[in-house]
Ligand binder design. Structure first.
Ligand code: CA2
Length: 145
């Protein structure tokens, strides 16, 4: 059984730490990956962090995860609120799915209050900044044993 967790990130998150630090903080995706890797190691897990601005690429990565990942942590970014296709892809993945949002989406515009991915996810973390990813990895450690 694979011990790898895939951490998938959606559009514009490549700009993390480079734009709008007042909303998304000063840390980059490289910092997120380092923090998640440290938590994963506590559970004997490995992790791979991926980011794309393209919906189809994220769907392809979810399909690939079906063969090689024990779990998925996903911040679908704006696709959270629009993508039935990403939800459908996640429904084909048999392991646990955890949804992360850096900002508190419920404190923001009403269009951010609905998530298609939440219909599939075992759990959702929002508003904890990038700490949410490491918290999700800790939960993933419990879920995959
Ligand atoms: O809070 C989150 O993590 C979001 O998924 C971020 C998305 C937003 O559309 C969701 O409603 C909530 C936006 C990602 C944009 O990422 C940036 C990061 C740094 C600078 C600019 C954009």
């Amino acid at each position: 059984m694979t011990r790898t967790i895939h951490i998938l990130n959606g559009p514009n998150l490549n700009l993390l730490g480079k734009r709008q630090p007042e909303i998304y903080g000063a840390d980059t995706l490289a910092d997120v990956e380092a923090q998640c890797r440290a938590v994963a190691a506590e559970f004997g897990l490995e992790c791979i962090l991926l980011q794309s601005n393209h919906e189809g690429q994220i769907i392809d990565w979810i399909h690939e995860a079906r063969q090689v990942a024990a779990g998925i942590i996903i911040n679908p970014a704006a696709f959270t609120h629009t993508s039935v296709a990403i939800m459908d892809a996640l429904n084909t993945f048999e392991g646990p799915v955890l949804e992360v949002h850096i900002s508190n989406v419920h404190k923001r515009e009403s269009f951010r209050h609905h998530s298609y991915v939440s219909l599939r996810a075992e759990g959702v973390i929002a508003g904890f900044g990038i700490d949410g990813y490491a918290l999700a990895m800790r939960r993933m450690g419990s879920l995959v044993g």
